[in-house]
Design a protein around this ligand. Structure first.
Ligand SMILES: Nc1ncnc2c1ncn2[C@@H]1O[C@H](COP(=O)(O)OP(=O)(O)OP(=O)(O)O)[C@@H](O)[C@H]1O
Ligand SMILES: [Mg+2]
Length: 558
């Protein structure tokens, strides 16, 4: 150190820095440690140094008190496998290296000792390894816990089998992660004493737009590619699968690290383990094929009026949905909007433009896939219920979509990042606020810990009356409002977490300073995505589908 300057040695060479930018470290804290609460000093630099040094030595796990930090190794580490589970059941924490198994073991032991449900919350940005960590925790719980000798269903195998199904239907390749979760899940493993009795999955907000459109290097949901790579020619004929689908052409289809054929086999096997009937399996795949053929319906336009010059895909769609007898009405509902003239009993049809017809078609595809996903979850829950009840104690594992910053961020990233803000806030409340309040109450001396409180960012997004979510809802209620109007209203909010940018920035953007970084959001299509309405005529028609799964989605349509 020399005056106000500091000489810093780094792997990339020596640097000269302002002394105030540099944090000091005790030499003894530079030694790798399993639990960072043992360090004399604890700040960002020393945490990063410790994790980096351990990672260089192939160690991906580090404790920080009751929490575990896990670094994505992007490779299988055989020494960290299931053979360690017996050790984690019997030995003390201090006698074993840090591992996710310990987190799972503690949850299990606490459930048994205190007779209270437990939760494991996994957070991190997109691609950091949350879903893989969830699977490791589930593996531990299903292997380590006891089984009822009289149980005829293998609930443990069924719990593990939910992974391929949920990933096939709810995960997709994004620019950040080849297997990115596009929905959030909270899976509860229910217990009666030490025995697993069943499980329950809650799911949150599947990303819908991906079904009809993907960014240039992203993909649609894995299941579509699995169908094409894995189905036999006979199956393809049965479900009317062809080789070219418009909904699958936007993204880069071939991903070297994904083996769609192998994954298809796993998905099919998981359907069997989970006890889906052949008829249910058929109905799921007739529906998926119908969604793909719906996407292949092309419109043309003359005098602002859309038409369907080639009706083969529409005909396939109607066949697959069991709607062939109403082909003409389905076609009309895709091309026109029914209007009842006030004071008259007659109904007239307003023709849709090409853009409106495409929006109408895509809204139907999104709704069908979204409802199918929810149907699958409720079916899984029926199968997994076993002997569990509402009162059963459980260990819950939370795995949501991670924080995202893309080049183009839309309403989906806004929702995902909002969910992550809430999770971060929950963490702050639990780890810092509540803990420090407890110290104060009990008169324990302690040094106040400064933490990044994101409550005001949450106010900006949701809490206050003048929040972004409220503004979106208000604007969507008013006829004729556009994305531009929405942005103008958002820009009126005054918050240190809202960055209105520079006058030279593109006019269709705003920025939010999230806890994990500043994200530039583009306002295009927010109003349409939020309204997400489906033509009522289509709903009424689909209620008559001979596919019972589809008919159940629209049971309330009138
Ligand atoms: N413990 C691990 N061992 C080996 N590979 C891993 C591990 N964790 C993650 N990976 C690799 O990283 C990829 C991304 O991990 P994962 O899908 O779990 O991320 P995520 O945090 O769930 O992301 P998202 O928020 O996008 O869903 C995995 O497909 C896998 O290749
Ligand atoms: Mg994930």
């Amino acid at each position: 150190m020399e005056g106000a300057k500091c000489f810093v040695k780094t792997d990339a060479g020596d640097l000269i820095k302002d002394a105030k930018e540099v944090l000091s470290v005790h030499e003894k804290d530079l030694v790798s440690t399993d639990d960072m609460t043992k360090l004399d000093q604890l700040h960002e630099s020393i945490i990063l140094h410790n994790i980096r040094e351990r990672f260089k030595n192939g160690i991906i796990y580090t404790y920080i008190g009751p929490m575990l930090i896990s670094v994505n190794p992007y490779r299988e580490i055989a020494e960290l496998g299931v053979q360690l589970i017996p050790d984690f059941r019997t030995k003390e924490k201090e006698d074993l290296p840090p591992h996710l198994f310990y987190i799972a073991q503690r949850a299990y032991q606490n459930l048994l000792n205190f007779q209270k449900s437990q939760s494991v919350v996994i957070s991190g940005e997109s691609g950091s390894g949350k879903t893989e960590a969830t699977k490791i925790v589930l593996k531990f719980l299903t292997i380590a816990s006891e089984r009822s000798p009289t149980e005829d269903l293998d609930i443990a195998a069924m719990i593990i089998a939910t992974n391929p199904i949920l990933e096939a239907f709810g995960n997709a390749k994004t620019t950040r992660n080849d297997n990115s979760s596009r929905f959030g899940k909270f899976i509860k493993i229910c217990f009666d004493g030490p025995q697993i009795t069943g499980a329950m999955i809650d799911n949150y907000l599947l990303e819908k737009t991906r079904i009809v459109k993907q960014a240039a290097t992203e993909r649609n949901y894995h299941i579509f590619y699995q169908i094409i790579a894995g189905m036999t020619p006979e199956q393809k004929e049965k479900y009317k699968i062809v080789s070219d689908y418009y909904y699958l052409t936007n993204g880069l289809v071939d991903v070297p690290k994904i083996d769609d054929k192998k994954n298809w086999e796993e998905t099919v096997n998981a359907f069997k383990v989970l006890g889906f009937k052949d008829e249910e399996f058929d109905n799921v795949f007739y529906l998926l094929s119908a969604i793909l053929s719906l996407g292949n319906i092309k419109f043309s336009e003359e005098n602002d009026k859309a038409s369907i010059p080639d009706q083969s895909s529409l005909s396939t769609f109607c066949d697959l949905m069991g709607l062939s007898s109403t082909f003409g009405v389905v076609k009309q509902s895709l091309l026109a909007r029914k209007v009842r003239i006030a004071g008259r009993t007659s109904i007239s049809f307003v023709p849709l433009t090409l853009v409106q017809a495409e929006t109408n078609r895509d809204a139907l595809s999104k709704r069908l896939y979204f409802d199918l996903f929810n149907w699958l979850i409720s079916k899984l829950n029926t199968q997994l219920k076993g002997k569990s009840t509402e009162e059963s104690l459980f260990i819950g594992v939370l795995d949501i979509y991670g924080f995202e910053i893309f080049q183009h961020n839309s309403l989906e990233q806004f929702c995902i990042n909002y969910a992550n803000e809430r999770l971060h806030n929950q963490f702050n409340d639990h780890m810092f606020k509540a803990e420090q309040e407890e110290y104060t109450k009990e008169g324990v001396p302690w040094t106040n810990i400064e933490y990044n409180d994101n409550s005001r960012c949450i106010d900006l997004i949701e809490k206050s009356r003048n929040s972004i979510i409220n503004i979106i809802q208000e604007q969507c209620r008013v006829e004729g409002k556009t994305d531009k109007n929405l942005l103008e209203e958002i820009k009126k909010i005054r918050s240190p977490y809202l960055d209105l940018g520079h006058p030279s920035d593109p006019p269709d953007q705003f920025k939010i300073r999230h806890f994990a970084g500043t994200v530039i959001y583009s306002i295009e299509s927010w109003m349409e995505k939020n309204k997400d309405t489906l033509n009522v005529d289509l709903e009424v028609l689909l209620k008559k589908s001979t596919n019972p799964i589809v008919a159940s989605f629209f049971a309330d349509a009138a």
